[in-house]
Design a protein around this ligand. Sequence first.
Ligand SMILES: [Mn+2]
Length: 557
Amino acid sequence: MASGHASVNYMGVVVMGYSLCVPSRAGDELAQEKLTQYRAMRDFDVTAEPAGGSPAASGGHCVVQRHRARRLHYDFRLEVDGVLASWAVPRGPSLDPAARQLAVHVEDHPLEYAGFEGVIPRGQYGGGDVIVWDRGTWTPAHTDDPAAAIAAGELHFDLVGEKLAGRFALIRRNRKDSSKEQWLLVHKNDEHARHGWTADDHPRSVLSGRTNDEVAAAPDALWQSGVPAAEAEVRLGQGSSWEPPTDDELAALDAMRRNGPWTVAGHDVKLTNLDKVLFPGRDGEPPVTKREIVRHYVTIAPLLLPYLAGRPVNLHRYPDGVERPGFWQQELPAGAPEWVTRWHDPEAGPDDADCRVVADSVPTLAWLANLGAVELHPWTGRLPEARRPTWALIDIDPGTRTSFDEILVLARLFRTALQHLGVEGGPKVTGQRGVQIWVPVRPGYTYADTRGWVEKVSRAVGATVPELVSWEWTKDRRGGRARLDYTQNIVYKTLVAPWSVRPRAGAPVSVPITWDELDDPDLAADRWTVRDVPARVREAGDPLAPLIGRAQELPAL
Ligand SMILES: [Mn+2]
């Protein structure tokens, strides 16, 4: 049972540790029925289609999750008929036969939940943090119909976990029709019994070795209580699919005809019209096809995904090429494959997208590129705190008369200002005409905080070169001068991701640079295209990458 440790938590853990089987029809119906109460408590607005699981008349998997919600408790779960029969045990299961632990019978949970370790957002059902405290297998004793034994109020079973082992009994103490059935969880006095043993003396996760505090501080996953189990989990840490495609996978992409399924990282991505021209060429080069855009996004994935994972992403789509009008899309595109991670925004207003894409894998990047999502704009907030920025963004937005030399004057002034303030940030060229500076911030700031701070630095910089900068809101009153756009630091507004393509001839890319490169006479905002980026990456990597996730305090100004 001690084998199969996973260093990160994602749905694969469930597959590895809990062997989800294709359910039989009858088993699935039973599981559906048993999950009715789970769903009812979560206010579904989408038809639930839980994957169900293997009916296990003779036991199955078990998991104990240490869950800090309004109160700390241990969720003791046994796989029965394709769902997780569940009891909330405030003091935790014990190996001490003298301990008679209160266990409140709660609604069945879907099997998908068994491998979950992470956070449930505040305000949602069960809001708090969860670790997989123990897991293993169980077999019923004295019965081959555990569901009937549970209905009758007494279940004896043998358990083989990583912490727990031996014969346990669950015994109901009050009437069955009570809304919160109170049971007792006891351990028999067998060879696995340990006198004085308490759960709180063994507080770490069997998945990650982490405590609830550690998981709460840096969760690897989010559980959305309000949505069907199959799409409830959002991975926040690095998944298995951040690796670039293999040489064989890329060769298959190159060899594919116009259309076809492309298998990458274990998923089939439906690709269409791969030879369609999306961008005119520039400087006499051939035009850029959709195939090249797909190739760019999947090969840059190891550098791009750290900026996207765990965040909703706004899509700027040009399905008919960048010479035709594009459109912004915030809602999850129709026909999204089931493996695309999506986030249901519990705070969406009537005019906001309810469900958004979280781009966290190579297959998802390929799918988005196939949709003509040329530009990717991730939120600066990261789940679970989608409305708390993790970056303060400085946007040097050129006016119609602003030269790139003037953009560089402004960027160097920001460099000097940040140096004097002792604040780390990194520049990137936008791929069009401007330069942005990304400043990582610690968790907890509001958009008002980052916007106010960026405004103060921007006004100081702008005041030193008033002839270059306008503070007018409307473009036609700026006299062609640059704008230092601190107002981008607000929810729903986003800047283009590092390594995103821009909708211009030649398919230029927004590329992070070093501060010293501001002084490189060959620098241009659109210096690199999808065709140059591989060489650029081999040479320079991603100079901004070390700042991702840096918990930086912004000094008071
Ligand atoms: Mn719980």
